[in-house]
Design a protein around this ligand. Sequence first.
Ligand code: GLV
Ligand code: MN
Ligand code: MN
Length: 423
Amino acid sequence: MVATTSGRNTRASDHVREDRLWQRHMEMAKLGATAKGGVNRQALSAEDAAARKLLGGWAAARGYEMFTDPIGNLFVKRPGTDPDAKPVLSGSHLDSQPTGGKFDGTYGVLAAFEVLEALDDAGIATKRPVMAVAWTNEEGNRFQPGCMGSGAFVGEYQLDKLLEGKDPTGATVREAFASVLAAAPVPVIPQLGFPVDSYVEAHIEQGPILENTGNEIGVVTLIQGMRRFYVDVLGDEAHSGTTPLRMRKDALKAAASMVLALETWMADPTDTVRYTVGRFEIYPGSPSTVPGKVHFLIDLRHPEQETLRRLGDGIAPICAAEAEKRGCRVEVREYTTVAPVPLGDEAIGRVRAATQALGYRHIDMISGAGHDAMHIAKVAPAGMVFVPCWKGISHNETEAANAGDLANGARVLADTLAALANR
Ligand code: GLV
Ligand code: MN
Ligand code: MN
């Protein structure tokens, strides 16, 4: 319970509106909508700009200040009563996978915005400002690395280098951000990163555990670690009709052997290791030319640092051995390294307390997916609230969630943020 400006006692969660939150998801889902019911709203695209503009319209209607920082993280601020108090932040991302769903990321931003409105509707004043944030390029598909905006915010990445990063068409982050600002103008603050009191991110689970166990809320205690690698396999282009097999340096066959040898290396009877090759490019891509180059990306995840270290460190030698067998060369370069991130005890405790007070069935859980919270946890107590999604499906256009489950998560978020902002 919180004392309100009118002297009554009320909870922020009492003013979360399921219909409003759902309607906003449906509005957002139109931006980059795909024929199969999903969303293609990649980072800093025209669709991303449209989503930022839509959020900006809702913020303006409430009179909230909105601004962006030099990497495009977008903040919506509800002021606090203490002008010197550090803000409590909550959010996620508005960008999607190329064949993404309506809820991954969007939910965290809209739930945070719903909390700002619920606080207003409840007449609750908070000592600290509460800000909703949409971090830039969480997904890491169009531009690398993923969780770019939150990583830059905490100083993990260098801004100038990030801005020069290119998408597959050669457009830079700098150019794409300028286009977004032209399409969805918003004041840009000069500094990257500012003091944060605490951070809580709501997200769909993106896995099947909550649904399978009949729980309504997941209290996230740890985000598993991740290592990502670029692999370039170099052979020799040759005529496919004239070059005997034993004379070839076929980059594709070498790359295929690497992918399978690594699968054997990663084999895990407990099925905890996550090993994915999600991008695989063959050059020159002609039916009559033996491939001279293959570029592929490896995504490796595990909750334990030692296993992540051991498995990841095995990648380069295994690739080198497979390359040698076929007379090819290989270059392996790690471009994302995030250790498993335990979330902050204080934030976890507040999320759990709010969940219990609301009477939701809940469990503690590990996040298999990466989230912006894993970066913000380096500078402030950070927590996460998970809600179920249909069959645990995500990074898929059929991703789905119930309006009631989304609202439950927003209620937990509302009481958690109110408590953090008034302590
Ligand atoms: C985020 O989308 C991730 O890849 O975990
Ligand atoms: Mn996400
Ligand atoms: Mn995602």
